[in-house]
Each structure stands twice: as C-alpha cells, then as structure tokens.
Write a protein that binds this ligand. Structure first.
Ligand SMILES: Cc1cc2nc3c(=O)[nH]c(=O)nc-3n(C[C@H](O)[C@H](O)[C@H](O)COP(=O)(O)OP(=O)(O)OC[C@H]3O[C@@H](n4cnc5c(N)ncnc54)[C@H](O)[C@@H]3O)c2cc1C
Length: 551
C-alpha cells in the first residue's frame, strides 16, 4: 500500500513563491489543509535564499509604478505579458510592507528611517530593497519561521515526481522521498508548481543544484501550455573556480550598479564598445553577450572569462555594502577589495515558463504556477531585482487564488500508477551523472548565449539521443535514481527551449541568433507550445504601453 497525503492545497517547492502561497492561503482561511513538498530543506533550498542584491519595489515618492513598469517592459524587449508585469510592479511595494510587518524581515534603512534602495541595471530609479548583499537569507529565514509556527504540513527532502489527474483536472502529485525512495500519493483540490527553473542544464550556472526544471517538466507532461521557452537569462558575473561547484556562483549585480567595471584579458573596458552609454549598467543580456564575444575573440582571461574590478570603490564601501561578495571571493582565494576577479556569464534564470493568468491559473484545471516556473512576466529578459519580487508577488497571488478555488470543492480520489515510478534497479547503461555532464556541455555550446539554426538543430538531435540513453541509464543507487529523474526533466525542458529557440528567427533580449542578429518587429509575438499540438505565435498585447517605434 502506498502512503497517502490529502490536503486542500498542495504546494510543490518552498522558495519565495511556494512559501508566500502557503501563508497567503492560510491567511484567507485557517481551516484550509495545506501541504508543502520540498525537494530540499525548508528555508534552505532554492534560489530565493540565494538572493544577494535585492527586491525591486516602488517606495520613493519620486519613483512611480509607471516607471518601474516601463523599465520592466523595455528590459523585457517588449515581449512581456503586460498585465502580468503590471501586477508585479503594483503588488511589489505592498509585499515589502507585508514582509516587514507580518513576516518580520528587516531591510536596510536610510538615516531618516526610510528603506534604503540601491541601483540595479536597467533601472531609471534606484529601487532595489535589500539587506546588505544577503537579502534572500533575511526573507527565507523569516518565512520559514512563519511556516513552522503554522499547521502547514511540510514534507522535506521529498520531490514532486508527476502530477496526478482525475476527472479532467489536476488532483495532486506523486511524491518521492529522496533519502528512501518511498512514494507518496498527495491528493489535493489545487496544486501549485513553484519548483523554480532548469538553468542548471548548462555547464556554468548559478541556481541551487537541486533545481532541475521538475515543475516545468511535470506540467509539460500533464499538457500545460508554455510561453517563450527560448528565453533563458545568463548573468554576466559568475565566479570561475575551476572544477569547483562554486563555479557559476554569482557576484551580484549591485556591484556593477555601484560602479564596478569589466575588463577583457587585454585590459580594455570592453563595454565601451557594446553599450557606451550604460556601460556595465546595461541589462544582463547585453553585458553577458559582450563578455561572450570578447572571450570568443580570444580576448578573455586565462580561465576563459573577463575581469570584474571593484577596487576603485574602496575598502570601506565594499566592506559595508558587499560583505557577502567580499567573503565569497575570499573563500576561493580571490581579493575583491584589492584585485580584479575573473568572472564568466552564468546560466541564471528562465524567463519562459508555464503560461498563467494574473491569478496564476494555468490552462489545466486545478493546476497553478508561480515564481520561476511561470512565464510571461519578464518577457525576453528579466531585470535584476524583479525575480524575487516576482516569486513573492505571484506566490501571494497564487495562495489567494487557490484558497478561493478550493472552497466547497470535493477532493478527487484518483488511482495512482506507482509502478511506473518505483525506483528501478539497472546495473547496465550510462551513468546518469555522466549523461548530465554531456547535457550541460551540449546546451552550453549549442543552445547557449549565441545560437544558430545549425547549432540548435544539432542540439535537438543530440537531446533526442540523450533522452533515449537517459531512459536506460544505470540506476544502482537512490542517488543515481534521483539523478536520472533530474536528468530526464532537464532534457525535457532543454528540448522545449531548443525547439522554441529554433522557431524564433530573430534576436531579442536574452535570445541571440547569429544567423538573425537583429530584432524583427514581425516577431513581437509570444511562442506558445504544449506537448500535444503545433506551436502558436500570439501577437503581444500592448495593453498598457506600446513600443515607441520598431524596437
Ligand atoms: C545566486 C542567485 C542570486 C540571485 N539574486 C537575485 C536578486 O538579487 N534579486 C532578484 O530579484 N532575484 C535574484 N535571483 C533570482 C531569484 O532567486 C529567483 O527569481 C526567485 O527566488 C525564484 O523563486 P521561486 O520561489 O520561483 O524558486 P526557488 O526559490 O528557487 O525555490 C524552488 C523550490 O522548489 C524546490 N524544488 C525543486 N524541485 C522540486 C520538486 N521536484 N519537488 C518539490 N520541490 C522542488 C526547491 O528545493 C526549492 O525549495 C537570484 C538567483 C540566484 C541563483
């Protein structure tokens, strides 16, 4: 007999989106039964905890929602779903108040007691709220405490494996305990995927390693629609630490916001060539691509990166404002205060994801998505500081919407096919760990920062072959089983990404095609895909702001 869990609301993932969803739903009704399944540990897993720089919100009287909105849309190269982007900027300030007053977070202050806001790239006003350069720890520690004080059931080190369907709607998920392989049928009236994206499919990446696109892959298999899956962001300043797992870990954007400069291996401040006005404060897509071109042209550093130089900002300033970055560099033998540090673009964040409406409903009844699992908010490029704002805003909105959805709704009791998912024992086949490495290399080389028809076609053929080998990978231990599940999910998300990248025959935001290097106004369209059916090309609806001219 399989173990079972029953709740009104099931939440997969415990980052900012998952936890805000749980707390908001509970606020609406204390009677709701809420269960959270998290692959890692509560409060310790996912990327929200890793947030360094901060959270964008309009708080200053000289700033405005319209400005934040316009920055977000321009940063997103006009591809954003404008109503989703508007809700982001509209709700962001009140969620900051909520994080402080309800959850007990405390953000940095100006001498007059108002919240301090720092500059981030792509902003027309300094609006990034932060706690020094370790903002995520402040947010997640307090959210975790709030969850622990509640009756919410938390299943830790327990991964969502597959969504369960019944009576034409999503009715929960099959879960697996990572350390034992025990399967659990979690039945629910509403299910939220908030497991974060799959940027870890690249050779150099910044997210926490347990994130493997699981929520997206589950939603894909269940038949949900996805939007703009080709849009994956590379952060310009990932550390280079050889074969260490620390490679790809970030030096936060606030450093460039504060004036840190980038140099190539020849000592040239190369951003003068690519964006002479904004220089290092250009958006992430522009800076990452510039670094990539410098490295590809043989003007990189000894470790195949570029240098970030913050020395002119001074010891006092760096120690006061970026203690975490200074310490992170020191941990690996680098001296951010007195020396240049080698960095590389690092795969960071998926702008594409499950298609949602402003209340996080997907087009599958009973299934909701929020945070990085959802697409459309950021268009072709996410502004720094808008990511954690997204997970907090849309997590909250999902919680509100799910609490409403489950009211007076009966729970379905579907039969669950466990045999298909029970950990197999296979002594032959490729190691899933080695296959993962192959995946990372092929995505980096053929579907990375600079793409082409030939590269993407070849990536797709290799992904198909890799998927077949993954199906029969060697599974001789529980870690190997988990690695194989991660691998299959990443391949599925990688296939969506490469397919959509092949379809978009232009360059826009984070998506750069060397065979179509210009943006094409005819491509102001969202690519919508789902497992069954042909891709759809939906013209962007400029419901609030139209491009001034051809962008
Ligand atoms: C190093 C770093 C720095 C960043 N700095 C900033 C910043 O300064 N400002 C900003 O706006 N954004 C920043 N971001 C981006 C930001 O972290 C994300 O946009 C946001 O936190 C995503 O929140 P989320 O809730 O969607 O996912 P996450 O916070 O990533 O949480 C995902 C959760 O899902 C769980 N999970 C994964 N798979 C499963 C599964 N199968 N079943 C159950 N649970 C699962 C994970 O364990 C985790 O708990 C940064 C990201 C990184 C990596």
């Amino acid at each position: 007999m399989m173990d079972e869990v029953e709740s009104d609301i099931l939440i997969l993932g415990a980052g900012g989106a998952g936890l805000l969803a749980a707390l908001h739903a509970l606020q609406i009704s204390k009677k709701l039964k809420i269960a959270i399944a998290v692959k890692g540990l509560l409060g310790q897993s996912g990327c929200t905890r890793m947030v360094q720089g901060g959270y964008n919100a309009v708080l200053h009287p000289n700033d405005s929602l319209d400005r934040h909105f316009a920055d977000t849309i321009k940063g997103g190269a006009w591809l954003n779903h404008q109503e989703l982007a508007w809700k982001l900027v509209e709700d962001a300030p009140r969620r900051i108040v909520e994080l402080e007053n309800r959850a007990g977070c405390l953000f940095d202050r100006n001498p007059d007691g108002t919240i301090h806001q720092k500059p981030f790239a792509g902003q027309s006003f300094d609006r990034t709220v932060h706690r020094a350069d370790l903002t995520g720890i402040e947010i997640m520690s307090n959210l975790r405490d709030a969850i622990l004080e509640s009756d919410i059931q938390v299943l830790q080190e327990c991964r969502g494996v597959e969504l369960i369907e019944a009576d034409g709607r999503i009715a929960g998920a099959l879960l697996a305990e990572i350390r034992t392989g025990r399967l659990i049928a979690a039945r629910a009236k509403a299910t939220l995927v908030a497991t974060g994206g799959g940027a870890t499919m690249y050779r150099i990446s910044s997210p926490s390693l347990e994130k493997s696109g699981d929520g997206m892959a589950m939603a894909w298999r269940a038949g949900a629609s996805f939007v703009d899956m080709e849009m994956l962001q590379f952060h310009p300043t990932g550390l280079l630490v050889g074969d260490s797992m620390a490679t790809g870990g970030l030096l936060e954007e606030g450093l460039r916001g504060a004036g840190a400069r980038l140099y190539n291996g020849l000592g040239e401040r190369f951003m003068e060539r690519y964006d002479p006005q904004r220089l290092e404060r250009a958006t992430r897509d522009v800076v990452s691509r510039a670094s990539f071109f410098e490295i590809a042209a043989g003007r990189g550093t000894p470790s195949n990166g570029v240098y970030i130089d913050a020395t002119h900002l001074g010891v006092g300033f760096l120690m006061e404002n970026f203690p975490g970055m200074v310490e992170r560099c020191a941990d690996h033998g680098f001296d951010l205060v007195h020396d240049r540090v080698e960095v590389s673009p690092s795969a960071h964040y998926q702008m594409g994801g499950v298609r949602i409406d402003v209340d996080c409903r997907t087009d599958l009844e009973g299934l909701f998505a929020a945070g990085e699992d959802a697409g459309g908010v950021h268009g072709a490029n996410r502004l720094g500081g808008n990511g954690v704002a997204d997970s907090i805003v849309y997590g909250g909105r999902a919680g509100d919407a799910m609490a409403d959805y489950v009211l007076d709704r009966p729970i379905a009791k579907p039969a669950v096919d466990t045999e298909r998912w029970r950990s197999p024992r296979r002594e032959t086949g490729d190691s899933p760990f080695a296959l993962r490495k192959e995946l990372e290399d092929l995505m980096w080389e053929k579907a990375g920062i600079v793409r082409s028809h030939d590269g993407l076609s070849s990536a797709l053929a290799e992904l198909t072959a890799l998927a077949e080998r993954a199906e029969s990978a060697r599974i001789d231990s529980l870690p190997a089983w988990n690695a194989a599940l991660d691998l299959s999910n990443l391949i599925e998300v990688g296939q969506m990404l490469a397919r959509c990248a092949l379809l978009r025959t232009e360059s826009r935001g984070a998506h750069f095609r060397e065979d179509f290097p210009q943006s094409d106004p005819a491509w102001l369209k969202n690519i919508v895909v789902k497992r069954d059916g042909d891709p759809q090309f939906d013209p962007v609806q400029f419901t609030r702001l139209a491009p001034p001219q051809t962008p």
